[in-house]
Design a protein around this ligand. Structure first.
Ligand SMILES: NC(=O)c1ccc[n+]([C@@H]2O[C@H](COP(=O)([O-])OP(=O)(O)OC[C@H]3O[C@@H](n4cnc5c(N)ncnc54)[C@H](OP(=O)(O)O)[C@@H]3O)[C@@H](O)[C@H]2O)c1
Length: 385
């Protein structure tokens, strides 16, 4: 079993700040196109392309790939780094931790980088244990970190004690004292498994923990990272209402709550967050991107390249509407040009992909009329229905 002693090692202090992220953007003054960096409510400045660390094998080659890619990304103009404790069995967090150390030596301060992780899915440590049940019993059940009644779908938990434990492990893996965004990972996983009132009780309890973690300085803000929840029809069992979730945060912490981020997939093949009017906010029916804007929630979108599938063979009407030189650029241009989206994440375990995607630094996000050309003959919206 791979065991880390990273909890004893010195950690980078601080968090992303408005001043630090502005200083980061200023490094690229003259090299970055207007609209590449975006300021969010509260003042953080985020790159419109972010690096994700989901895909890949739990092996050393991929570890090094992500460490080099995150380093090259931050050196090249990407200051949003996204991970989750379960990505590659905690190895992606550790790869990022190694990159942050290199970056600190090279003069990139912690306050310049928006570091985001997630908790919710049960994960082994470093590799798949030979006896999975024995591992979770020893590591989680016997110490009382996990209560079997709080596990949903055999793989997911959002009880405060578990989230607290996961946050401590993530901070150790990343080698930091705090993360900027802590997401509840795919909470909709629990919807098929627990009654609606119990689901709401669990989310509220998770938010209470998140607010306490903000108060103790371990996280800057929190959010939901989702897959289906905000792309579904209202009638679907996996559907979630952003307005209701934001109201829970208000119940917990008032108007100054820290539920400030939402992550959902958005790409040319999965545009539901833009096109499906499945949310109601202040009495208005809205698409999720509009609902997030109305509620002051920053949108970070995932799977911008549909896990690599949109990097080739896109139909020509997309090139006509969006320009750019390659299909990967067009897919990224779509995701980050969706109104109200701050950052489009793309997974990059290879430096050559970082270098290719950094071309977006020099390209302005698509203006609204150019973006709307995509919908003139409605092909994107047809694919979503
Ligand atoms: N529910 C959730 O919370 C959730 C779900 C999915 C994703 N996410 C987050 O969003 C991030 C992005 O999504 P994703 O990684 O699933 O998928 P993605 O960004 O759509 O695609 C990543 C894949 O595209 C490849 N790629 C990147 N740039 C390329 C280029 N210019 N040309 C050709 N191939 C290229 C990558 O290859 P290499 O790795 O070889 O460089 C990787 O295989 C994730 O890493 C994760 O951080 C969150």
């Amino acid at each position: 079993m791979h065991r880390s002693s990273s909890s004893d090692k010195p950690r980078l202090s601080g968090r992303a700040t408005p001043q630090g992220t502005l200083r980061y953007a200023a490094r690229f003054h003259g090299a970055s196109a207007p609209g590449y960096f975006r300021e969010i409510p509260g003042g953080l400045v985020m790159s419109s392309v972010g690096i994700g660390t989901y895909l890949g094998d739990p092996d050393e080659t991929t570890d090094h790939g992500y460490t080099e890619s995150v380093t090259a990304a931050v050196e090249g103009g990407i200051n949003v780094v996204d991970t989750a404790i379960n990505y590659r069995f905690q190895r992606s967090e550790r790869s990022i931790g190694a990159a942050l150390k290199h970056l600190a030596v090279k003069g990139y301060a912690r306050d310049e980088i928006v570091l985001c992780t997630k908790a919710g899915f049960l994960t082994p440590d470093g590799e798949m244990p030979e006896d999975v049940e024995e591992y979770f019993a020893r590591e989680y059940l016997e110490p009382g970190i996990l209560n079997p009644e709080e596990i949903a779908a055999g793989c997911h938990c959002m009880a405060p004690r578990f989230l607290d434990d996961q946050l401590s492990r993530s901070l150790a893996n990343l080698g930091v004292q705090a993360v900027d965004v802590f997401y509840l990972h795919n909470p909709e996983t629990q919807l098929g498994d627990v009654p609606a009132d119990e689901f709401v009780r669990r989310v509220r309890a998770a938010f209470e923990f998140f607010e306490s973690a903000v108060a103790s300085g371990k996280i800057g803000a929190y959010g939901l990272a989702t897959w289906n929840a905000f792309r579904e029809n209202v009638q679907s069992p996996g559907y979630m209402s952003l307005g209701e979730i934001e109201a829970l945060a208000r119940e917990v912490a008032g108007a100054d709550h820290h539920f400030r981020f939402l992550q959902l997939p958005m790409n040319l093949a999965m545009p539901e967050g833009l096109l499906r009017p499945n949310q109601t906010v202040h009495g208005k029916t809205l698409a999720t991107v509009q609902a997030a804007r109305a509620l002051g929630i920053t949108l970070v979108v995932s799977a911008s390249l549909l896990q690599g599938q949109l990097t080739r063979n896109l139909p020509t009407y997309i090139a006509t509407a969006l320009g750019c030189q390659t299909d990967a650029e067009r897919a990224l241009q779509f995701a980050r040009s969706v109104p109200a989206v701050t950052t489009a994440l793309t997974g990059m375990s290879r430096v050559e992909h970082v270098r290719a995607n950094l071309r977006m630094l020099q390209i302005e996000p698509a203006p609204r009329d150019e973006f709307l050309k995509l919908f003139e003959q409605n092909p994107v919206s047809r694919s979503s229905s």
